[in-house]
Design a protein around this ligand. Structure first.
Ligand code: PLP
Length: 375
């Protein structure tokens, strides 16, 4: 049996009828951008996340970009962020002419920590972007304490982690603002690109984000700032509202599968393979990715073995951002962010989507056990 890394069709089939009906009324109304579905989605996501304001955006990248624009991040400013993340986290910083300051990670969670953030602060630091990678919160209380001590705003990158919890709060309730992605592979996925900027409680900041989304315009044809076109379509609002009531069940399905893997793979020793660790007190990892570390330089051999068996797997991310050609001008030397570099060589993500059957999970487990010769 082959097991794809991700299969969206079964999940989408469960909402297809509802979406087709909604699409029919969108066509009848012929209002396609920032209409009633987007407004409804914004209200529902504010409620879901616990942030006071939510502004629908065209993608997760734009959701992060507009937040940095609202903070007036510009040339000469420094923004602290992990090197081990998706490119967009850093791309939005550079887009505004600011300098990304890459930091290392906690090898147990792949996330940045308060201590790592603090060590990178300079008088030019104007924002901090902790990423909640793979579905688990970064060490937010410590990061917020450092940020508050220095008066620096925090933008959470929750593009993989809407619904992640810890320390009695959810993603979106720590930093001043939060960027979310609804790219189709996310736990809550649109039928194309879409995103959301959450604003924890600052009404003026929310108004500015809303304005920047439409070229800094308010009212029509009066432009206060140089903004962007970051608008989100009604169709994506419709799709996301149809799926949102199922999201908690999908998170729980992923968590169940993750727990099953952790028990089933217990015979593989930590010198061979390291399983994901849930490190956040009273936390909820939502497993957008189930990411293992393969030790002994055998990651690519395991990937080839699994693919040979028809089992999907993927490397997020094979190259750290401080090692990317476009950031060579920053002058990071090899070994400077040693844990990030090691992670990029060891990580392997396995299929964990909620629609997987017990037989599919067993197939993946067998693939791993046979590689490590554990029966
Ligand atoms: C950590 C992280 N940041 C930012 C983004 C950008 O989101 P999008 O692809 O919706 O622009 C992603 C999505 O892939 C992501 O995983």
């Amino acid at each position: 049996m082959s097991v794809p890394m991700l299969e969206l069709a079964p999940q989408n089939a469960s909402v297809k009828e509802k979406i087709l009906q909604g699409l029919s009324s969108i066509i009848d109304r012929s209002s396609f951008v920032l209409g009633e579905n987007v407004k409804g989605l914004e209200a529902e996501l504010a409620e879901y996340s616990g942030a006071r304001y939510a502004v629908g955006m065209s993608s997760g990248t734009d959701a992060l970009l507009v937040a940095l624009m609202a903070l007036d991040i510009k040339h000469g400013d420094e923004v602290i962020l992990p090197s081990f993340t998706f490119f967009a986290t850093a791309g939005v910083v550079s887009r505004l002419g600011a300098t990304p300051v890459f930091i290392d990670l906690d090898p147990e969670t792949f996330n940045v920590t308060g201590a790592l953030v603090e060590a990178a602060i300079t008088p030019r630091t104007k924002a901090i972007i902790p990423v909640h990678l793979f579905g688990q919160l970064a060490e937010m209380p410590a990061i917020m304490a450092v940020a508050n001590k220095h008066g620096i705003p925090v933008l959470e990158d929750a593009c993989q982690s809407l619904g992640a919890k810890g320390w009695g709060l959810s993603a979106g309730q720590f930093g001043q603002m939060t960027g979310c992605s609804f790219y189709p592979t996310k736990n809550l996925g649109a039928f194309g690109d879409a995103g959301m900027t959450l604003i924890k409680d600052d009404e003026a900041l929310a108004a500015k984000v809303r304005r920047l989304r439409v070229h800094g315009m308010e009212p029509v044809y009066v432009h206060h700032e140089i903004g962007m076109n970051g608008r989100i379509d009604e169709f994506q609002g419709l799709v996301l509202r149809a799926k949102l009531p199922m999201l908690e069940g999908w998170h729980e399905g992923r968590r169940r599968h993750a727990q099953w893997y952790i028990e089933r793979l217990a015979a593989i020793t930590p010198d061979q393979m390291v399983l994901p660790l849930e490190k956040v007190p009273n936390g909820r990892h939502i497993y957008n990715q189930f990411t293992i570390r393969v030790k002994g330089g055998r990651r690519d051999a395991l990937m080839a073995h699994l693919r040979g068996l028809g089992i999907g797997c993927a490397v997020y991310y094979p190259i750290c951002l401080h090692e990317q050609p476009c950031f060579a001008y920053l002058g990071y030397k090899k070994g400077r962010l040693a844990e990030s570099e090691l992670a990029s060589q060891e990580v392997l993500s396995l299929p964990v989507y909620p629609e997987m059957t017990p037989a599919m999970l067993e197939e993946v487990a067998q693939g791993l056990l046979s590689f490590f010769k554990k029966g």
